[in-house]
Design a protein around this ligand. Structure first.
Ligand SMILES: *Cc1c(COP(=O)(O)O)cnc(C)c1O
Length: 233
């Protein structure tokens, strides 16, 4: 049974071990790689099982689903927002999420700036890159990234902490490597006001390959919790 607590415990142990081995292979400390549990469609009780195993970061896709579940999660575990985000929903995330991974356009960053300024806080974000150039996917093109980085860096209540991507499915490590190169390029030419230290890359199918390509935050859903009952988009 995919959704049993015992299965989640086994999955957690296997995935954590895989991440740790990939970290060591790529010359890093396993403790430097964040293992995010992606919670979409997962009942809060099962999310809490993952937290009891050692998960220290949750990833939410949908504002409404998050609002309906947040009170039921074990307290004190940081939550990141990783889903497609409409500007009019930004205000519901402020003060609740640690990091917004899915900023792919200036207008969205400007709304985050406005809402963060109103609360006298700085919201940390990642810029999402559509590394495979897929028409159906969100994310800015690699070509548009330098300008978006400059523009978002200038927003005083927004801090860019790195990059996020969802590569095309079953594409091997070609796009993972392209993303690694892009991230290294950004770090080699730092834009004042940014702090490029997070590469959010790798999901259930490719978390080990992603860590081998420099990712330090993997977002794992179905490999941890079992197949989702219905597709999310
Ligand atoms: C659903 C989702 C994941 C996790 O996907 P799995 O393949 O189930 O691990 C990771 N990142 C984002 C942005 C997602 O929407």
């Amino acid at each position: 049974m995919a959704n049993e607590p015992e299965q989640v415990r086994e999955n957690y142990a296997r995935i954590a071990e895989g991440i740790a081995q990939a970290a060591v292979k790529s010359g890093r400390d396993p403790g430097d790689i964040a293992f995010m549990a992606v919670t979409k469609t997962v009942p809060p009780e099962l999310v809490n099982v993952a937290i009891d195993c050692g998960i220290r970061l949750l990833g939410e896709n949908r504002v409404q689903e998050y609002q309906s579940k947040m009170e039921q999660y074990r307290p004190g575990i940081p939550v990141d927002f990783i889903g497609t985000l409409q500007a009019n929903k930004v205000k519901y995330l402020m003060g609740h999420v640690r990091l917004i991974h899915s900023v792919d356009r200036l207008s969205l960053a400007q709304e985050i700036e406005k809402q963060a300024a109103r609360r006298d806080m700085v919201q940390e974000i990642l810029l999402e890159v559509n590394i495979g150039g897929e028409e159906s996917k969100s994310g800015c093109t690699p070509d548009a990234l330098p300008a978006l980085l400059q523009e978002t860096a200038a927003l005083p209540h927004v801090r860019v902490r790195g990059l996020m991507t969802i590569p095309p499915p079953a594409s091997g490590d070609r796009y993972l490597k392209a993303m690694q190169a892009l991230f290294e390029e950004c770090k080699a030419h730092p834009v004042p006001g940014t702090q490029m230290d997070i590469l959010s890359m790798g999901m259930s199918e490719d978390y080990e390959a992603a860590v081998l390509c420099g990712s330090n935050l993997v977002r794992v859903g179905s490999a941890l919790f079992g197949a989702r009952a219905y597709p999310v988009r």
